[in-house]
Design a protein around this ligand. Structure first.
Ligand SMILES: Cc1ncc(COP(=O)(O)O)c(C=O)c1O
Length: 386
């Protein structure tokens, strides 16, 4: 449940009264404020997380002939961004932390691999130490998909600022939101400038003074945003740490109360976890189904396009309408098209099937959290009785 109120109403009114709905101060201020809060050199506010992912891949120079490794558990948009730039998504397993498995990643690296795309799904931090070590060993870029992890951190650094680029989403379902929106963060001047050109290409040619002059403008698209969204996001950014604090308090309360009764997914950094859910992990799929049925909490295996086996357009290799733009048909990719299949990542399917997410919000009351704890305890007793 989002925290949206009078502050956002006032911000929108301020923009409308100014009559400057585009290319004004709000976007600039948001970017500066996020740069400071996230301790990162550049932020570009955009129209979506998918736009930020695509702009980042373009900025890194990734395209036909390249492979990018993505986890089998992420929203389809992560893999589609790779296809959008003409590259091939290689699908890797997750591990018990529900994020990209470094061991499987290493097995899938080839001479074509250009980047790793770890996804901090549900705000769970990926194993960035292991992935950064692989990136260094094999000379790869890292694009962090922090679209479900606005504000989370790993070993004290904000998610999305550890790799070469990070992408955030501010759509309706995210921790902070303007209905739609996204951002790209990077410490690289080169990637920042290329992303600026790509995501706002007609304005860049119009307002050419934004550029340093070190990168020649090239043709891109328009993923830019507007002042109303930026003004809302400035207010949302102020609320982010409070939202995270309340989510973490609620998650800790549930885990502390139930730690002797249940197992939880391991975390790569529990302090930095956004704490949007408590991931209960069972030894068998049958136990997970039973617990889910009794408590009414869902299993991630049933979250549709978040699971690679439901990515029909990718598994069936339909990359574009025009065949010459379809990465799965391009000459440059011809000898490295993967053999995708719905069962190609069995470990991922097994882990997602044995996991149940107990959900709550930053606004959940103590009484609501206590009721969730009691219902989990009751489910445990019922399961023990057979
Ligand atoms: C993991 C992940 N990546 C990328 C996206 C795309 O973000 P947007 O909807 O802002 O384009 C989403 C959106 O739900 C997401 O969950």
């Amino acid at each position: 449940m989002q925290r949206i109120g009078q502050e956002e109403i006032n911000a929108v009114a301020r923009v409308i009264e100014s009559k400057a709905l585009f290319k004004g101060e709000e976007t600039k201020h948001f970017q500066e404020e996020m740069q400071e809060k996230f301790d990162v050199k550049h932020v570009h506010l955009m129209s979506s997380g998918a736009g930020a992912l695509t702009s980042a891949l373009i900025a890194m120079g990734i395209g036909p002939g390249d492979e990018v490794i993505v986890p089998g558990y992420t929203y389809i948009a992560s893999a589609m961004a790779v296809v959008a730039v003409g590259a091939i998504p290689v699908i890797a397993e997750i591990d018990e932390s529900l994020t990209l498995c470094p061991i499987d990643v290493e097995k899938k690296i080839t001479s074509r691999t250009k980047a790793l795309l770890p996804v901090h799904i549900q705000g769970f931090p990926s194993n960035m130490d292991a992935l950064c070590a692989l990136a260094k060993k094999y000379n790869l870029y890292i694009l962090e998909d922090a679209c479900q992890a606005d504000g989370g951190s790993y070993k004290g650094k904000r998610l999305g600022t550890i790799g070469d680029c990070g992408a955030y989403s501010f759509n309706q379902y995210k921790l902070i939101t303007a209905g739609e929106g996204g951002a790209l963060a990077t410490n690289s001047d080169l990637f920042s400038e290329r992303a600026l050109i790509y995501h706002d290409s007609s304005a860049v040619s119009f307002f050419g003074q934004q550029l340093s002059g070190t990168v020649e403008p090239f043709c891109g698209t328009e993923f830019r945003t507007n002042e109303i969204s930026a003004a809302i996001m400035r207010e949302q950014l102020k609320k982010l740490d409070g939202i995270l604090e309340d989510l973490r308090k609620n998650k800790k309360k549930i885990m502390d109360a139930l730690k002797d009764d249940f197992k939880f997914a391991v975390s790569n950094d529990i302090e930095g976890d956004c704490s949007t859910v408590v991931p209960f992990q069972f030894d068998t799929v049958e136990d997970a189904i039973r617990f889910s049925e009794i408590t009414g909490h869902g299993r991630p295996i049933n979250t549709g396009k978040h699971v690679y086996s439901n990515w029909a357009a990718i598994l069936e290799k339909r990359g574009a309408v025009h065949p010459a733009f379809d990465p799965f048909k391009m000459e440059a990719n011809r000898d490295h098209i993967p053999d995708y299949s719905p069962d190609m990542c069995p470990k991922t399917l097994d882990i997602l099937s044995r996991t149940v997410y107990v959900s709550f919000t930053a606004n959940s009351t103590d009484a609501e959290i206590d009721a969730k704890i009691q219902s989990c305890k009751k489910a445990k007793a019922a399961m023990q009785q057979g």
